[in-house]
Design a protein around this ligand. Sequence first.
Ligand SMILES: Nc1ncnc2c1ncn2[C@@H]1O[C@H](COP(=O)(O)OP(=O)(O)OP(=O)(O)O)[C@@H](O)[C@H]1O
Ligand SMILES: [Mg+2]
Length: 271
Amino acid sequence: MPVPTLELRSVTKQFTVTGRPAFLAVDDVTITAHRGEFLVLVGPSGSGKSTLLDLVAGLTTPTSGEILLDGAPVTGPGLDRGIVFQQYALLPWRTARGNIEFGLEAKGVGRRERRTIADEYLELVGLVGFGDRFPHELSGGMKQRVAIARSLAYDPDILLMDEPFAALDAQTRENLQDELLRIWRTTGKTILFITHGIDEAIYLGNRVAVLTERPGRIKEIFDIDIDRDAVDDLRSSERFRDYRHRIWLSLRPEAQQRAVAGDVVGTVAHV
Ligand SMILES: Nc1ncnc2c1ncn2[C@@H]1O[C@H](COP(=O)(O)OP(=O)(O)OP(=O)(O)O)[C@@H](O)[C@H]1O
Ligand SMILES: [Mg+2]
């Protein structure tokens, strides 16, 4: 039996906005990420993806339901979870290496060891020679690599990633997807990855959970059974196209409703 690392049990999140009825963003979400699993949540804009990630990160608390990490309830943020946000949340006054060392300082790791670990992770994300650069001296893709290195360096059990490649160009995004898969295989981390892109979800995930639009509910979960090393151009393979079609169908009613309402932001992109 696979070991559950992260369990969401009937998680619901309501927001209270002054002068308005309570707003239901996430409704009764139950899902488990097993140890070493790459679990992807895919859903249209406003389906509560970031809200769910914030809940798992312990930045907010559920209105009802519970979130368990290795069986223990999440009560707040912790170094057992590494977070990579959509926008590069790097400290601008610190170098790439300094940013990676940040979480290690919080853990009380000594100066020399911090440097060794930071250099190790710079290498892991392909940034050897860039350790002394400040964020403004790095490209978007490089900044995102630093953010990934930072969240991995303090050795969290689980990596939470909120559309980390959404702001990047297609080529950089594909490179980083490959890099992330390599890191995942090397480290064996459990990853919870959020995206609105169907292709990205299939390319990365062991399992892909489709969320409905407002309020976010789990609509369907797909086991992605593809041998990533067997084909050269995975995204063009028959199997990949089949998953793409099935997930697209699963997402479609939501996308259509939004399109009818004239809200193009809700349309699910084929990225
Ligand atoms: N602090 C808040 N107060 C009130 N409403 C909120 C708050 N945070 C999020 N919401 C609402 O909850 C819903 C879900 O938001 P969320 O950011 O989780 O969506 P998302 O799936 O991440 O969307 P996107 O793909 O655009 O990032 C939205 O309708 C949003 O307006
Ligand atoms: Mg979001």
